[in-house]
Write a protein that binds this ligand. Structure first.
Ligand code: NAD
Length: 296
């Protein structure tokens, strides 16, 4: 059994830390929010006074934080307080460039670093069915694998440092574009007199199929458990999709890559979030498509 520090006990980190405790590991956690601390303590996580205290003596350090600036801040403080070698596994979604900078910094300090962003959302974190896309050295992935297997059902080593974040940004850019074009097609179909069920029955078995339709259909009554059936309670909130699109756009700029449709999706989600819909599932973008048409 391992000694684990877990920094960031929020919607994702809280249930993940709880699953590690459940699997028999010793988990010392830290979060800046008292409510997150209390919830984690109730599931058996030992709460430390600071991130640095949580890390003392730990073999593995997980971080699950809102952004790259916070991950950098937290790891800087830990590395200067406790420079002993250990393995850092960042589960947050941050930029490829930030992940690579952190890997260099951590490696120079004599420890290992993996970027291991996740897919599967809060439900996947609670159920231990997340998908991990991991960037870093093979021997570090091998060390982390038994712990990641507690937390998820698929662990893919995607190559060097930053490649986990790279594939996450690419996947979510595809997903955002799919969800928007699906909304446009469904609204167009409705206005041409097509029943949503007929649209679903044909397209979900045809070349236009996608996860956006077959799992996350934006019209109620088509797919059991899709957010549309519960007034778009997430699921995957539009604000988080916007965050991921911005990371993808940053990566596109850094690599001079033309991502025309990705850029349009980022603009549309930015407007949607600005209008106050950031807390809705990102499939609610169909409301925006309908509203635009009504304005004409
Ligand atoms: P969250 O806001 O619920 O949790 C983040 C936690 O970090 C909060 O509890 C916050 O108090 C804590 N925190 C902030 N600064 C801290 C610091 N300096 N020290 C210690 N704790 C600190 O967010 P989340 O939904 O759990 O997401 C975590 C990460 O996972 C994000 O990078 C997010 O993009 C990614 N992610 C989230 C989802 C999802 O569905 N929620 C899905 C995939 C990936």
């Amino acid at each position: 059994m391992s000694e684990i520090a877990f920094i960031g006990l929020g919607n994702m980190g809280g249930p993940m830390a709880a699953n590690l405790v459940e699997a028999g590991h010793t988990v010392r956690g830290f979060d800046v929010v008292k409510e997150a601390q209390d919830k984690a303590a109730a599931s058996g996580v030992e709460i430390a006074a600071t991130a640095e205290d949580a890390v003392a003596g730990a073999e593995f350090v997980f971080t699950s934080l809102p952004n790259g600036a916070l991950v950098t801040q937290v790891l800087d403080a830990i590395l200067s307080a406790h420079p002993e070698p250990r393995l850092y596994i960042d589960l947050s979604t941050i930029s490829v460039a930030e992940a690579r900078e952190l890997a260099t910094k951590v490696n120079q300090a004599g420890s290992g670093f993996l970027d291991a962003p996740v897919s599967g959302g809060i439900a996947g974190a609670a159920a231990g069915t997340l998908a991990f896309m991991v960037g870093g050295e093979a021997e570090d992935v091998a060390k982390a694998r038994p712990l990641l297997e507690v937390l998820g059902k698929s662990i893919t080593h995607c190559g060097d440092h930053g490649n986990g974040q790279a594939v996450k940004a690419c996947n979510n850019m595809i997903l955002a574009v799919h969800q928007i074009v699906l909304a446009e097609a469904m609204v167009l179909g409705e206005r041409l007199g097509l029943q949503p069920q007929a649209f679903f029955d044909v397209v979900s078995n045809a070349t236009g199929n996608s996860w956006a339709l077959s799992v996350n259909a934006p019209v109620p009554g088509l797919v059991e458990n899709s957010p549309a059936n519960r007034d778009f309670a997430p699921g995957f909130a539009a604000a988080l999709m916007l965050k991921d699109l911005r990371l993808a756009m940053q990566a596109a700029e850094d690599t001079s890559t033309a991502t025309v449709l990705g850029a349009i999706a980022a603009e549309q989600y930015a407007a949607f979030v600005d209008e106050g819909h950031g807390g809705l599932d990102f499939s609610a973008i169909i409301n925006d498509v309908r509203a635009k048409k009504e304005k004409k």
